[in-house]
Design a protein around this ligand. Sequence first.
Ligand code: PEP
Length: 246
Amino acid sequence: MTDQNHLRPLIAANWKMHGDMSWIEKLYEFEDIFPAAERVNIDILICPPAPLIFPMMERCGGKDIWLGAQNCHADENGAHTGDLSAEMLESVGADYVIVGHSERRALGETDADVYAKAKACARAELIPIICVGESLAQREAGQALSVVEAQITGSVPEIADYVIAYEPVWAIGTGKVPTLKDIADMHAAIRAQLGPDIRILYGGSVKPANADGILSVPHVNGALIGGAGLQMESLATIARFAVERK
Ligand code: PEP
């Protein structure tokens, strides 16, 4: 279980299905570019493919770079070939788990599934990053706020510690981002729904070129980053904006 101040900025890199054992070197690279003194006022999280969590945990040692998984099963154990429980992920060094990413929702994961996974994370003393976000059709139909509100109602269990990642589906990996006003309206609505204590990340095509503006928006407490999180220079640049803007 992590012990950081919950409204410290959180910059999370989701490596998705990229990387191999040689990518552990990226931790050294990141530590060189963004040294410990710069990490005092920010939480940096890397979510590598699951096989890399343990070797990266051994490398992180003192744990001032957090590690996370990209998914988990809701059960603690059982006949679920190929799945990983939150407890297993905790035992190899994970601190966080991304749940309900749109790439998993696209495979059929429902709000009820995400709710159960988030609860499993709490059971294992891990912090879930619960992803929500509207499709382009929903945004164009003026339904973005109501869709996300309903996803949160269905996906967030009553647990002490969690993070929300607002990730418009149409912005993920596309280079498209909502206007800063649309991000501000969404984050204000989520804040109103969940109260003052929950970190709310924005995710969807965050890059060094747009991070300063996005991270300056009220109630944006950090970012969930896909593509740009594979390059340590980009990750460090985005993290620096997060420290400066909060
Ligand atoms: C993501 O997959 O969560 C994501 C935000 O990806 P990207 O930054 O590449 O849009």
